[in-house]
Design a protein around this ligand. Structure first.
Ligand SMILES: NC(=O)c1ccc[n+]([C@@H]2O[C@H](COP(=O)([O-])OP(=O)(O)OC[C@H]3O[C@@H](n4cnc5c(N)ncnc54)[C@H](OP(=O)(O)O)[C@@H]3O)[C@@H](O)[C@H]2O)c1
Length: 346
């Protein structure tokens, strides 16, 4: 079978397409015939490592996310899972076997049944972005630990950077849960995408008066901010938060040191929560997986231009170009077609 691997850290050029034996699923594992592999910033960051040219041994198959069909099961796994359409999460987290290959074996809990109406493109876009978004949206003191219709119906949510992959999923999940959703964007193209994702209000965070604009939309303040750039947006966030509001920060875009006015935030009981999807407690991860699976089944996590997340497709042999596109800041979702027609919703 064909697999993309890297055996040293570095730029996209370290990715090589090789042939290797078909893996057999071990106890408790499934083998998945990959249809689509999803690429996220975490994948190129892992590939680059902290220093170029460091040996990676054994070689690593990149990419955490993907979707496909179970084609074999190991000992202890229900054989009826063969033929099941699944989405994968964290395939390459502390493992050498990501999704940029024709077949991947992994623990069966990391291959989750994909609803009949959800395409492989949707399935390959859930793992990192939608799980992160769910964890952020459930990170407040008073708010729900689970998302479902009406779970956030009394909440005002601000999604920073609503045209990004995580921001897109956060808009969709927050709307599904009934929140009033405002998002910040940097310009007209991204405003259009964020609105297509379901954002009711958009504000250009680079324009003067962004805080006043948000305050005008949500006079009582924002209950939850899903934040991609906590350092760059610290002042804006402080200006618009409601008492007892939460900032769920999941990235360091725009800087990794945050300056906060403690007395002001303390007086309003503001919560800052930092989120890394890989390391949340197992129960939090399980809840996120269940909610994201349910939302995908409800058809609210669609991808593509009409849904506000343009797709950029590459064949497996162009995995390096796919990584380069994400690294270069592609607007939308970068997918790698591995073995099957990408649009095959059952
Ligand atoms: N902690 C975790 O578990 C976790 C999980 C997933 C992703 N991440 C990280 O999160 C970041 C985003 O991932 P992604 O896949 O969503 O990337 P993406 O699709 O490239 O989206 C990033 C978005 O952030 C926007 N942005 C940048 N600076 C902003 C600012 N100051 N205010 C508002 N929006 C801003 C960008 O648009 P403009 O520049 O045009 O505004 C872009 O739309 C990456 O660094 C990734 O590694 C972390």
């Amino acid at each position: 079978m064909r697999a993309v691997v890297y055996s040293q850290t570095g730029g996209p050029e370290v990715l090589r397409l090789i042939d290797r034996p078909l893996p057999e699923p071990g106890p408790g594992e499934v083998r998945v015939r990959m249809a689509v592999s999803g690429v996220n910033p975490t994948d190129w960051k892992a590939r680059r490592g902290s220093l170029a040219g460091e040996p990676v041994d054994p070689a690593v198959v990149p990419n955490q996310d993907g979707a496909g069909t179970v084609d074999a099961v190991g000992e202890g796994v229900d054989p009826s899972r063969v033929g099941e359409r699944v989405w994968l999460w964290e395939a390459a987290w502390q493992r050498v076997d990501g999704t940029a290959q024709e077949f991947v074996t992994l623990p069966e809990r990391q291959a989750v049944r994909l609803a009949a109406g959800a395409s492989f493109d949707v399935g390959a876009s859930l793992g990192i972005p939608a799980l992160t978004a769910q964890i952020c949206l459930t990170a407040s003191d008073a708010g729900p630990r689970r998302l479902a219709p009406n779970a956030l119906s009394d909440q005002s949510v601000l999604v920073a950077g609503g045209a990004g992959a995580v921001g897109h999923a956060a808009i969709q999940l927050a709307r599904w849960a009934g929140a009033r959703v405002i998002t910040t964007v940097s310009g007209d193209e991204k405003e259009m995408l964020a609105r297509s994702a379901g954002a009711e209000h958009t504000v250009n965070y680079r324009a003067p008066g962004a805080a006043e604009d948000i305050r005008g939309i949500a006079p009582d303040g924002i209950d939850m901010i899903v934040e991609v750039a906590p350092a760059a947006n610290a002042a804006l966030d402080a200006a618009v938060l409601a008492p007892n509001g939460t900032v769920a920060a999941y990235a360091t875009d725009g800087g990794s040191e945050v300056g906060l006015l403690v007395r002001d935030l303390m007086g309003r009981n503001i919560r800052y929560r930092f989120v890394l999807v890989y390391t949340v407690p197992p129960a939090v991860k399980e809840a996120a997986i269940a909610d994201v699976t349910a939302a995908a089944a409800d058809g609210v996590l669609e991808v593509g231009t009409d849904a506000g997340l343009p797709l950029h497709r590459f064949p497996l042999e162009q995995a390096a170009a796919a990584h380069g596109a994400v690294e270069g800041g592609a607007v939308g979702k970068v997918l790698i077609d591995v073995t099957e027609s990408a649009d095959s919703a059952a």
